[in-house]
Design a protein around this ligand. Structure first.
Ligand code: BGC
Length: 518
């Protein structure tokens, strides 16, 4: 193989930042914004009285009763289903999407995602009953499943290698911006009676229309064309997006990578082999831990949570806007620090900060928030500050790195399958938290924060002992430089020919997975 073809993760082919690269960044923005908007919108809507009166009158009545238990105001499984149904749908549809993506390309998958999103936004904005509302959420979930599969894949395939890592975190940054926009929308429409919630849910259609228009403008990726044996179109597209006639090396590599991918008949079977255990365990654990930090208890239910603590409706929504802002700005810290300070230090520092903030929130609430009555003003401000400290540390660590690490640690043959396992574990755990948080809050009361703190403690130890540093390690050298050197994981590297894995992974990520990193 010519030297030029051996791409060491960080090396890149000739590639300018052309208009197509700019468009790919914009697509990343729309995909991330849509996902974030849907994550952020439900919490505010479920705290609006007009919405509760229409779909959840029992919750509304309970909220009005003077002596009702603070912690149980919102405990209703259908109310939770409103939030969680999206993630269950996303879990199921991400498998369908992975098939559509391979067989029909990234462009069509993105267009379908935008149709699902638009359908879901319309159904929810005009919902007349609970089933219509939930079906709308399922449509949105299908959109999330399709978009989260296709957009990051599109990004990693179209971007020149040297900016692939930044685009990876850009996607997460846009998720946080989407959450913030949703928080702001909730804040402004809460006083629009009685249909403010319809506006909030319907506005999800705006980024969907943009994604649809975008998917009509963009070109299919060369990798997808080659994967579907349209070699001439693949080469022509590569020349167009790189704005260069000198694309032979990159094209050969795409063809080669695609051949190797095709040879692995059963990537999921290969994932079960012993040598795949280290990246697989780490990918799944990172997703489980990411969700069990309790982040989405805050992202989904912040307004409800703040009302539980006795905040007025608008103060609750405003507090959610503040946590949303902290989320966006702290993600920027990660963009800067991830390749300088490294992954482990960010994860460990954040585990300590998150453990302390969740623990102290639990202690304060246990002491000051009884089932009836409200928090004092000072305590309430301290709690909002602690929530900000928690969100801040999540946003520069377990948030983006939960996605980045699984995308850079699998060898090529198992990369897409491994990443699909990571995505589905994330959706499953997100569903569990969304479906059970309000009930857990009702039964465990302030103890729920100790529950999350306990998980954070476990994940801190996991990161300390079992998570190797991958900063600056080319993706193709993970086996040799990371797994074979690690005190624990090296014992998994002796079986089923890891050298073969390494040989194959020496090809860059032409057939690379979602959110891949260079
Ligand atoms: C998580 C989402 C979460 C978001 C918050 C992402 O990394 O996967 O579940 O809502 O971060 O910013």
């Amino acid at each position: 193989m010519p030297a030029a073809l051996v791409i060491s993760g960080g090396a890149s082919f000739e590639g300018k930042t052309t208009i197509y690269v700019v468009i790919s960044a914009i697509m990343a923005a729309f995909g991330g914004l849509m996902f974030g908007y849907d994550n952020g919108i439900a919490g505010g809507v479920t705290s609006m009285d007009d919405f509760l009166k229409k779909f959840f009158p029992k919750v509304y009545e309970r909220k009005q009763k003077a002596h009702e238990n603070n912690y149980c105001k919102y405990d209703n499984e259908f109310l939770q289903l409103f939030t969680s149904s999206l993630y269950l749908a996303a879990l199921v549809f991400s498998f369908v999407a992975s098939h559509v993506c391979t067989k029909y390309g990234r462009r069509l998958t993105m267009r379908l995602a935008s149709f699902f999103f638009l359908g879901g936004a319309l159904l929810d904005a005009f919902a007349v009953n609970l089933p219509m509302l939930i079906i709308g959420r399922i449509f949105l979930g299908a959109g999330v499943g399709f978009a989260n599969q296709a957009v990051p894949l599109f990004l990693s395939e179209i971007a020149p290698a040297k900016i692939r890592g930044s685009l990876n975190i850009l996607f997460q940054l846009c998720v946080t911006i989407g959450i913030l926009v949703a928080n702001l929308v909730n804040y402004f429409v809460a006083e629009v009676h009685p249909n403010g919630w319809r506006i909030a849910l319907g506005l999800a259609g705006v980024p969907a229309i943009m994604l649809c228009v975008g998917s009509l403008i963009i070109t299919e990726t060369p990798t997808s064309l080659v994967e579907r044996e349209m070699f001439e179109e693949g080469r022509a597209t590569l020349m167009k997006i790189r704005d260069s006639a000198n694309v032979d090396a990159e094209f050969d590599q795409i063809v080669h990578a695609s051949e190797i991918s095709r040879q692995v008949k059963n990537p999921f079977g290969k994932l079960l082999k012993r040598s795949s255990r280290p990246p697989l365990v780490i990918a799944i654990c990172l997703q489980v831990f990411q969700q069990f930090t309790g982040i989405n208890a805050i992202m989904f239910y912040a307004p409800v949570l703040f009302q539980t603590m006795g905040f007025k409706s608008s103060a609750s929504l405003l507090s959610a806007v503040i946590t949303g802002l902290v989320n966006v700005f702290s993600t920027l810290v990660s963009v800067y620090a991830v390749d300088r300070a490294g992954r482990r230090i960010l994860l460990l520092q954040a585990a300590v900060q998150m453990f302390l903030s969740q623990g102290i929130i639990g202690i304060l609430l246990m002491k000051d928030l009884k089932p009836t009555g409200t928090l004092g003003r000072t305590e309430a401000i301290i709690i909002v500050l602690l929530v900000c400290l928690f969100v801040m540390s999540f946003a520069w660590s377990w948030g983006p790195l939960g996605w980045l690490i699984p995308s850079e640690t699998f060898p090529l043959q198992t990369r897409t399958a491994g990443f699909a396992c990571a995505v589905s574990s994330n959706m499953l755990c997100t569903f569990i938290i969304a479906q059970s948080f309000l009930s857990m809050l009702c039964t465990m009361q302030a103890g729920i924060f100790f529950f999350f703190a306990a998980w954070i403690l476990i994940m801190g130890f996991f990161a300390l002992f079992l998570l190797p540093e991958t900063k600056g390690v080319p993706v193709d050298d993970m086996v040799n430089r990371v797994w074979k050197q690690h005190w624990y994981w090296k014992r998994f590297m002796s079986e089923d020919d890891p050298d073969e894995d390494m040989k194959n992974s020496r090809l860059e990520m032409a057939a690379s997975p979602s959110r891949s990193h260079s």
